[in-house]
Design a protein around this ligand. Structure first.
Ligand SMILES: [Mn+2]
Length: 436
């Protein structure tokens, strides 16, 4: 049941699913917009969904802007969301004018038969069932945004949008005399804590990603190219119903294992090398992010194993330290990064007898959700219901050793639950799984 439901979360608005869950989904998106209004009580918020032509990249199809998806669930291109704050005290001056305005409007582009020949049927603002399909009482044509915005701005002083998006400039043209404030942090703070429905989707992405890693272990062998391993992994999660990769697969063998975001994936691997796979699925919009490092041919060298054990020890130390109040930031009193760094720097050594801390060259983790590096307010400590990765690594180019172990973790009331715990990390188990 949960699977059926969670699968429905994103596609609900376009596919026939039971009326009860449609109502539930609409209620969830609506509740998020209500929360945002509470966060931004003094102004009008305008958010732009992605347009069909936002990018010239022909390698990927349309996908929705994640903040827009979070607040509306609407997955068609070119939509705009306009939110007014919650109605205030009814006795205050000006209340009558505000009460006459819609609290929220979804703007949709008018249907365009020429465009539909290329990209398919869209929902238009005049479609008779548009309110039911979108979950919005007021749905208007996108070309009326300007007039509606001006009506709203007569009543409210401030204007919010996502300032890092290109449309912020467009909005400034529509309201040249207004200072535009950023809604990004307020939405990020909402997105940090995952609902049970979101957790179910993240678990589904994690399951599919674990299966992809297992398939890669069965395939990786001397003579194979990195992209072949990547292809096997992508095939597995696509076959499990995940629509795309959450990020470009990172499959690095031997000397490539030390490059943090290596994605050329074009090298032929040899026996005895390390193979680092940082690959994750996106399912119904939600990402997973898992890394394992395995020995090609099935046996870690003594030195590889030494370094592996340090990374694994650091990962375990960090997971044991995860709880509400801890932080992902490097320089904070409850820093999980510091836990990893201290472990790494006090275990093992490089070829010159130096401690290994300097080879841990990135952060300890990040939030995961609609985006693999999910929106977050870095000043906020971890809290129950947040989903993060824990991913210590050691990269020693001089030895062609790059090892990262990355797991998906939910912060619980007292500690952590590792969503990817079923995917082996112990070196003995890994060797068994890749042996040939
Ligand atoms: Mn990561």
């Amino acid at each position: 049941m949960r699977l059926v439901f969670s699968f429905a979360l994103v596609v609900a608005l376009q596919s026939p699913i039971p009326a009860a869950s449609q109502a539930h989904l609409r209620a969830q998106y609506h509740a998020r917009r209500e929360q945002l209004r509470t966060e931004l009580p003094d102004g009008v918020t305008v958010l732009f969904g992605r347009a069909e032509k936002d990018t010239d990249d022909l390698r990927s199809g349309f996908f929705q802007e994640p903040n827009f998806q979070y607040l509306t669930g609407w997955m068609e291109p070119g939509a705009v969301l306009l939110l007014a704050p919650l109605p205030e005290d009814q006795t205050s001056p000006g209340y009558q004018g505000k009460a006459a305005l819609p609290r929220e409007i979804l703007f949709l582009p008018r249907r365009n038969p020429e465009q539909e020949k290329w990209t398919g049927r869209t929902t238009g603002p005049d479609d008779p069932d548009v309110s039911r399909l979108t979950g919005f009482d007021t749905v208007l044509a996108a070309d009326s945004l300007e007039s509606q915005l001006h009506r709203m701005l007569e009543q409210y002083p401030r204007l919010y949008t996502l300032k890092n998006r290109g449309e912020a400039g467009k909005l400034q043209l529509l309201a040249p005399l207004r200072e535009i404030s950023d809604a990004g942090m307020a939405i990020a703070r909402l997105r940090m804590k995952k609902s049970p429905e979101e957790l179910a989707l993240i678990e589904r992405a994690t399951e599919a990603t674990m299966e992809a890693h297992r398939a890669a272990w069965g395939r990786a062998a001397p003579g194979l190219h990195e992209y072949q391993v990547a292809a096997t992994m992508v095939e597995v999660y696509a076959d499990r119903g995940c629509e795309r990769s959450a990020y470009a697969p990172i499959v690095g063998s031997g000397p490539n294992s030390v490059f943090l975001h290596y994605s050329r994936n074009n090298r032929r691997m040899d026996r005895g090398e390390l193979l680092l796979m940082d690959v994750g699925a996106e399912c119904s919009g939600y990402a997973a992010d898992i890394t394992r490092t395995v020995p090609v041919g099935g046996k870690f060298s003594r030195r590889q194993r030494e370094i592996y054990d340090v990374v694994l020890g650091a990962e375990k130390a960090v997971i044991a330290a995860v709880k509400p109040g801890m932080s992902l930031r490097k320089n904070s009193p409850n820093s999980l990064y510091q836990v990893a760094y201290d472990y790494i720097n006090t275990h093992g050594a490089d070829l010159h007898g130096e401690p290994l801390g300097k080879y841990f060259t990135h952060g300890i983790g990040h939030h995961v959700g609609l985006e693999v590096h999910d929106a977050s307010d870095p000043a906020l400590p971890l809290a129950e219901g947040m989903v993060i990765t824990v991913e210590p690594g050691i990269y020693i180019p001089e030895e062609n050793i790059g090892i990262r172990i990355e797991d998906m973790v939910v912060v619980t009331r007292a500690g952590a639950r590792v969503l990817s715990a079923a995917l082996p990390r112990e070196p003995g188990e890994i060797e068994k799984a890749v042996a040939r």
